[in-house]
Structure formats: structure tokens, C-alpha cells
Write a protein that binds this ligand. Structure first.
Ligand SMILES: [Zn+2]
Ligand SMILES: [Zn+2]
Length: 222
């Protein structure tokens, strides 16, 4: 049975985490878009300092906290390895679990595990393969993924409001930077909000993973 190092050396390329190449174009675009939003936010700070409005100081502090949360959770999600633990430790045992055999991994894995074709490994309680994080979302990192969605919604929604307010309260070039900041934040906000509503619905009302919603309850290993 292959261990983690063996998997890295395997003839067939196996992704270990979100920093394993090749990097999908959508991951590069998502990181670039967030960097542009962060930079636009930084570039309007000089204009904000000139305005006497305590609410702006409060929003800036709020934003700084969520920027840190988004960066930390994105890095942790990209670094996480949600592979079925039996691929690393063949003696791994959890009470009452049912197993199935994956021919590609040459290992017994949990019955809810699924072989991701992009990562070439079985992922425990597979939800989906996230092209923006270049990693699978499963049992080990689903809560972290959901926390990232909530941080992105909070951060981008305050950006939208602050950008619109600054657009109407500034008279120099900063007002257009503020408007761009607001529009780009809205692009991320709309996408993340729809994704979050979908995950809330399937988790709270259907008690299913994304894979179960797409493929039905009879999920084969691949
Ligand atoms: Zn597998
Ligand atoms: Zn994957």
C-alpha cells in the first residue's frame, strides 16, 4: 500500500495539496482577483484618512481582520491533504466504518471516499474538487472551506458598501478607485453568496455532499 512519499513518487501524478502543479488557470485568476481587490483597498486608504468619519476606522479594522482570515484559510486549505487516511496509514481504523477497495490507489478506503480524477487519490467524504484552491474538499477541510466562504462574503459586502459611500463622498481620482473596488468586490460577492446558499441548503436540508447531489446516493468509487 503506498504511503504519502510513495504517492509523491508515483508514475501517475498524484496531487498532494493545492500547491501541487499544474496550477489551473482559475486558481491563478482567483488569486490575482483577490490581490487586485486587496491592492485597491490599500490604495484608497490615503483618501479615507482625510475623511473625518469614525465609521470608516471601524470598517477598516473589520476589513483587516477578514483579509487576515481569508489569506490564512486559503493557505491552510491549499496546504491541506484531504486524502483518505488509509492511503497513508493502512492500519487506520474507525469504529463501525465500511470499506471499499480502490484499484487506482491499491488500497482499502472508506465507503464514502471517492477517487478524484484530477488529484488521482481517494478523498474521505469527498464533496468536490475546488478549481480555485486546486485541491479537493472533503471531511478534513469542509469546515475550513465553509469558514472561508463566510469570510469572503463578509469582506466583500463591506467593500461594496464602503466603495459606494466613498464614490459619492470623494471628488478626486480616489472615487474611481473606490468604485472599481466596489464592482470587483461585487463580482466575488455574487459568486460566493450563491455557492454558500447552495452549501447551506445541501448540508442543512438534504444532509448530502455536492457529489451526492450531482451523482445521487449510489456513488461508485469513481
Ligand atoms: Zn482511489
Ligand atoms: Zn481533487
Amino acid at each position: 500500500m503506498p504511503n504519502k512519499d510513495d504517492r509523491e513518487r508515483s508514475k501517475e501524478y498524484i496531487k498532494i495539496n493545492g500547491f501541487s502543479h499544474p496550477f489551473p488557470i482559475l486558481q491563478i485568476l482567483a488569486i490575482s482577483l483577490m490581490l487586485v481587490i486587496f491592492l485597491l483597498g490599500i490604495s484608497i486608504i490615503p483618501s479615507i484618512i482625510e475623511i473625518e468619519a469614525p465609521i470608516l476606522d471601524l470598517i477598516m479594522g473589520f476589513d483587516n481582520y477578514f483579509i487576515l482570515a481569508i489569506i490564512t484559510d486559503s493557505l491552510l486549505l491549499m496546504l491541506s491533504d484531504p486524502a483518505d487516511p488509509r492511503l497513508i496509514d493502512q492500519d487506520y481504523y474507525r469504529k463501525g466504518e465500511k470499506l471499499q477497495f480502490c484499484q487506482d490507489c491499491s488500497a482499502q478506503v472508506d465507503v464514502l471516499s471517492y477517487h478524484c480524477k484530477v488529484c488521482c487519490r481517494c478523498v474521505e467524504e469527498f464533496d468536490h474538487h475546488c478549481v480555485f484552491l486546486n485541491n479537493c474538499i472533503g471531511r478534513k477541510n469542509y469546515k475550513q472551506f465553509f469558514r472561508l466562504l463566510l469570510s469572503l462574503i463578509t469582506y466583500t459586502s463591506t467593500n461594496i458598501g464602503m466603495g459606494i459611500w466613498l464614490f459619492f463622498n470623494l471628488e478626486n481620482v480616489f472615487r474611481w478607485i473606490a468604485l472599481s473596488y466596489s464592482i470587483l468586490s461585487f463580482v466575488v460577492f455574487a459568486e460566493i453568496l450563491s455557492l454558500t446558499i447552495f452549501h447551506c441548503y445541501i448540508s442543512c436540508f438534504l444532509y448530502k455532499t455536492t457529489l451526492q447531489v450531482i451523482k445521487g446516493d449510489k456513488i461508485n468509487i469513481r
